[in-house]
Design a protein around this ligand. Structure first.
Ligand code: URA
Ligand code: SF4
Length: 191
C-alpha cells in the first residue's frame, strides 16, 4: 500500500518530467498543487501565473492572496485545504490554456482528485468549470453557486476566479464568491 503522500509524490515526479504539451517549453517550474491530502475540499484554478511559475507553488501571486483571504473568511486555513490547477505549466502571458493543453494535462488532475477523494471541489472560473462539465458550453455567471454532481458523489461548486474579482473590484462580486465558498463548505460531510 502507498500512502496518499507517496501517491502524490509519484504524480508530482511525472508532472516534473512531463513534455506532453508545448507549455513545457516555456515553464520555469511546474506547479503541481499544495495542501492537506486529507482535506474534504479542493480548490481548482486555471493554470500557474508568473509568480506561481517562479516559485512552483499555486496561487501565490495577487489572485492567490485574494484566494487565501477568502479561504480565511470562509473559516478555512489555507494549509488545511488542497489547491491546484487544471494545467500544471504556465501558459505564456497567462493566456487561457488551449483545449489540447488541457486534454494533455487532464490525467494529472484526475489522479490528484482520486488520491484526495474530496466531498467538494470548488471550480474557480470557466476553465476549471469546463474540466468538470466537458463539452457543455455554459456561462459561469449563470451556473456559479449551483452545485454539480460529478462522478456520482462529489459536489462541484463553480464560482468566479479570484483574478476576475481583482479586475472588477466589486464588493458585490466578492460577497458572491464568499457565499459560494460557504455553500461549498456546507457540502463537507460530517464524519
Ligand atoms: N491563477 C490560477 O488559476 N492559478 C494559480 O495558481 C494562480 C493564478
Ligand atoms: Fe505536461 Fe500539463 Fe505541463 Fe502540458 S501543462 S507539459 S501536459 S504538465
Amino acid at each position: 500500500m502507498f500512502t496518499k503522500e507517496e501517491l502524490m509524490e509519484i504524480v508530482a515526479k511525472r508532472v516534473e518530467n512531463c513534455t506532453a504539451c508545448p507549455l513545457y517549453l516555456t515553464r520555469t517550474n511546474v506547479v503541481v498543487g499544495e495542501g492537506n491530502l486529507d482535506t474534504r475540499i479542493v480548490f481548482v484554478g486555471e493554470g500557474p501565473g508568473e509568480e506561481e511559475d517562479k516559485t512552483g507553488r499555486p496561487f501565490v501571486g495577487r489572485a492567490g492572496m485574494l484566494l487565501t483571504e477568502l479561504l480565511q473568511e470562509t473559516g478555512f486555513r489555507r494549509e488545511d485545504v488542497y489547491i491546484c490547477n487544471v494545467v500544471k505549466c504556465r501558459p505564456p502571458n497567462n493566456r487561457t490554456p488551449t483545449s489540447e493543453e488541457r486534454l494533455a494535462c487532464k490525467h494529472f488532475l484526475l489522479a490528484q482528485l482520486e488520491i484526495i477523494n474530496p466531498d467538494v471541489i470548488v471550480a474557480l472560473g470557466a476553465t476549471a468549470l469546463s474540466f468538470f462539465i466537458e463539452g457543455k458550453n455554459v456561462s459561469i455567471t449563470k451556473v456559479r453557486g449551483t452545485p454539480i454532481d460529478w462522478l456520482g458523489g462529489i459536489k462541484v461548486v463553480p464560482t468566479f476566479h479570484p483574478s476576475y474579482l481583482l479586475r472588477n473590484r466589486s464588493k458585490e462580486l466578492r460577497k458572491t464568491v464568499l457565499e459560494d465558498f460557504k455553500k461549498a463548505k456546507s457540502f463537507i460531510k460530517e464524519v
